[in-house]
Write a protein that binds this ligand. Structure first.
Ligand code: ADP
Ligand code: MG
Length: 682
């Protein structure tokens, strides 16, 4: 960076010690920092046609004073000045509060410009800014900056303007000329000027376009350099799996793999065989058959002489996976065991012993897997399911229980592409984008709570065919007790409704895992026809005979969660149904219900969910790692993100990234984090 930009802000004329202190509170220490303090929005002073302005919107108009201003005092020191203004063909009222001195400044027939809030019903502007004649601002847009302490907006605007005048020419370009030309982007200097002091909306748009691309590109370059580094510097295990045995296993499955499953298995096997450590994300919609893929790869690892581990977020899911893997793999002589916090005492000690001796081939469990006491003999392959529920740290601990094991992350919630390439950009991605043949789409309906009787009649119709149903009660976040009570109430209602015709089971988070197990087994065996449950059945549970899903208070759930829940049905060859009981109050809530009835495609839903909730909320509270951009918006600027990603890939492959002076700063940052080879900085 140009050393002059690294000088303290006090070198700017007009910034003294006191101001510097306030700026320092915002982490603005140098001239560079000040130039990089971008507005978060703009005051818009463009003149607008009143017909297009909505009620309560802020507006600037220019007009001719049509009546002598009249001044009224009320209360102590309070006053109201009113006048009529002719704006184009509209005669409107303008009111100024507590500015009595304006009475002598404004005369009838004057041309004035006012800015204020538009009251459409009363055809009135409550003005807070006024100028005789036109505004003298050179721009239609005034930047609005974040402030702290004693700083004022006026002051901040002045300092940044001064900083630009004094040092703007020193701002260094961070994009190669070829890229600037290719996309017709403003130079960094011009863009800095335009972001702080835009002439007009086009100017501002071009500044934004430049910075959006710059932010995305530098982010992608860092991410991809990291990925390249990880790949090349992560010695892994070259697994020589037994392809013949693997084929035997695949042929024994009761169904042929889908093309997508085959492709994904091949991608994973290639990674396993390579000398580098696998770091791969496996995405697939609910029901696309990820479990089989996991089983095949775990099996492959075992034939190569390695143990495997599968970590999942909940006990129910762990149990479910353990039983399906056992069923698939034990006929082939593999030992799969389940480890959760409810495996205790002697059983636990024996299991851990067997594991460390290598007699257990595959261990399935919750985060119990990452406790210190768990040691493998030769762990080579690790899968974490629903991986965004685990922290980065937990994933690392599990990985380190082996020597550079291959790692596969599975997610049952399709992640929108934009997030996948930002949050998980350092991973390779495999996608199962095809459903097993013969699946019928789940028919989804949205019903009001008052239609419960009709809904239950519909449920009964399905039950009479010998099918089963889930009834999901809403999760009441604030109170697990209410949550459970809710489920108990619904259970009572349904037990009463179905009398002795059908058996109604109850499942919720307060049950012991033995109790849960009993309930689940009874439902699997069709001894219970209706399972009333809280969202604990959300992931992974697989009872193909269940064809009906009713979700109470569906508006309380996010789209991805609704989709997950719905995915519990439609697992057999019969037509399945999902009924959303909901009375959403908001437009967004209604939109969510509507989308659910329109599509079964998890990827489409996840994109929609991202749009409605925004990136910060997409994964829920626990997820971090979503990068913050100053100007760019992942959702709205996704096209630029894609472009930047492709460009970054090419740049990393070519010499450009490693040599171009424009990327010097970026290379420095990467060196500091140890990602780039070469001498460490002093
Ligand atoms: P996911 O974990 O992706 O939600 P599962 O692995 O639980 O999906 O698979 C859902 C159901 O589909 C299971 O009953 C499974 O046996 C079945 N299945 C998986 N792959 C196929 C396939 N290729 N053809 C038919 N059924 C399949
Ligand atoms: Mg699954």
């Amino acid at each position: 960076m140009n050393p002059n930009l690294n000088q303290p802000v006090t070198v700017i004329k007009g910034i003294g010690e006191e101001t510097a202190e306030s700026l320092a509170e915002m982490n603005i220490l140098t001239v560079y920092d000040l130039l990089e303090h971008f507005p978060y929005r703009y005051e818009d002073y463009r003149l607008r046609d009143l017909a297009e302005v909505k009620h309560d919107e802020k507006v600037t108009v220019e007009g001719k004073v049509h009546s002598e201003p009249s001044l009224v005092y009320y209360g102590r020191k309070k006053s109201r000045l009113t006048l009529r203004l002719l704006v184009d063909r509209y005669l409107i009222q303008v009111v100024f509060f507590n500015q009595p001195y304006l009475k002598n400044k404004i005369s009838i027939n004057d041309s004035i410009t006012v800015t204020g809030k538009w009251d459409q019903h009363r055809q009135l502007i409550t003005a807070n800014e006024m100028h005789i004649g036109s505004y003298t601002n050179s721009s239609d847009f005034e930047p609005v900056y974040a402030l702290k302490g004693k700083l004022t907006m006026k002051g901040m605007r002045k300092y940044i303007k001064l900083a630009f005048q004094q040092f703007g020419t020193l701002a260094e370009e961070t994009l190669p000329v070829s890229i600037l030309k290719k996309y017709k982007l403003l130079t960094r200097r011009d863009a800095l000027r335009a972001i702080h002091l835009p002439d007009n909306s086009e100017d501002l748009k071009q500044a934004r376009r430049r910075f959006v691309y710059e932010e995305f590109l530098s982010f992608q370059l860092k991410m991809q350099a990291l990925r390249k580094f990880e790949r090349e510097h992560s010695p892994g295990i070259e697994m020589n799996y037994d392809f013949e045995r693997l084929k035997e296993f695949i042929d024994s499955l009761p169904f042929p793999l889908t093309d997508a499953q085959k492709r994904v298995v091949n991608e994973i096997l290639t990674d396993m065989k390579s000398p580098f450590r696998m770091n791969r994300l496996l995405q697939g919609d609910v029901g696309s058959g990820k479990t089989v893929v996991a089983a095949i790869c775990l099996f492959a690892g075992v034939t190569a002489g390695y143990q495997g581990a599968l970590m999942v977020p909940t006990e129910i899911l762990a149990e479910q996976h353990a039983s399906s893997l056992k069923a698939m793999l034990s006929p082939f002589g593999l030992r799969c065991e389940l480890l959760t916090s409810s495996v205790k005492g002697k059983a636990r000690r024996e299991l851990l012993q067997e594991l460390s001796e290598g007699n257990i081939h595959i261990l399935i469990g919750t985060h119990a897997l990452i406790q210190d006491e768990v040691t493998f003999k030769k762990l080579g392959f690790v899968i974490t399911d629903e991986q965004h529920r685990f922290g980065v740290e937990q994933r690392r601990v599990l990985r380190e229980k082996g020597e550079n094991p291959d790692v596969l992350f599975m997610t049952a919630t399709p992640i929108p592409r934009t997030l996948a390439i930002t949050v998980f950009g350092e991973m390779d991605v495999s996608i199962i984008d095809e459903m097993p043949a013969g699946r019928k789409g789940i028919e989804t309906y949205w019903a009001k709570q008052e239609m419960l009787d009709r809904v239950l009649a519909f449920v009964e119709k399905e039950l009479r065919k010998g099918h089963q149903a889930y009834v999901i009660c809403p999760l009441i976040e604030e109170s697990e007790k209410l949550d459970v009570q809710n489920a108990i109430d619904v259970h009572a209602t349904l037990t009463h409704y179905f009398q002795n015709r059908y058996k109604i089971g109850l499942m919720h988070g307060r049950l012991s895992s033995d109790e849960k197990d009993t309930v689940m087994k009874a439902f699997s065996a069709n001894e219970v026809q209706v399972l009333v449950s809280t969202t604990v059945v959300e992931v992974g549970v697989n009872v193909p005979n269940a064809t009906m899903m009713v979700i109470y208070d569906a508006e309380r759930f996010g789209l991805s969660q609704l989709h997950q829940l719905r995915g519990r049905v439609g697992r057999g060859s019969d037509q399945s149904y999902c009924i959303l009981l909901a009375d959403p109050k908001t437009e967004v809530g209604k939109e969510r219900m509507k989308i659910m009835t329109e599509t079964n495609d998890g990827f489409v839903l996840s994109e929609k969910d991202l749009e409605l909730r925004g990136p910060g909320d997409f994964f829920g509270k626990k997820q971090s790692g979503i990068p913050e951009f100053k100007v760019a918006d992942m959702v709205h600027d996704y096209r630029a993100l894609e472009t930047a990603r492709e460009d970054a890939a090419k740049l990393i492959q070519s010499r450009m990234f490693w040599e171009a002076p424009e990327f010097e700063q970026l290379r420095r940052e990467l060196k500091q984090t140890g990602v780039l080879d070469g001498e460490k900085l002093d």
